[in-house]
Design a protein around this ligand. Sequence first.
Ligand SMILES: [Zn+2]
Length: 206
Amino acid sequence: MFRIPGLFLMPRKTDSEQSKAKAKAAKSSLRNLKRQFGKRMVETLLKSPTLIDDIDKIRAAGVRIRLVDGPCRAYYDRKKRTIYIGRWCPRNYKLISIAHEFVHALVKPTLDPIPGKTGRQEFINRCLEEETEAIVHEIEIVKELIKAGTPVDPKELEWLKRYRRGGRKAIRKALEKTITSTTGEDYPEYYGSWYDEIVPPAQRIP
Ligand SMILES: [Zn+2]
């Protein structure tokens, strides 16, 4: 624990000053999003209270959102503290992906396995839990967008249906059989090879 002495010299802001500052910051973050993603995407985004809240938290944590060229995909880069969203993805996918990557960035950040300490299966389970969490969260956005009359991809509707049928458990189970778009492996295999990349053979624990 350490303290930053400068903080004690700053005059305390009153509550109304604080909420004014907050509203100002939120406005400028919306302006940024409009510039990056376009007016229509921000209009859609404003229909999802959960997503507005996510973006507020992303901004407050100093995590950036950037568009990226190439095939449609979305990911969070821990080192750069940046969420990347494919420039050519459909609008609803972009919005849902921000919410998904928000979970990876701030709610359940992925920790690397520790050689000699983290078991391979333990790591795979942990990653599956994090991915489940991210999908359960994106379903909230899907619900809000549908309610607002915004069309969403059939793939998203499938996750929503699964969730309505069997809750979080059904999501986790389906995820185990899902093939990742990046490598063509199923998710447990994909996380397993990630473990093998980080942990040298002599320090692997089953
Ligand atoms: Zn994910």
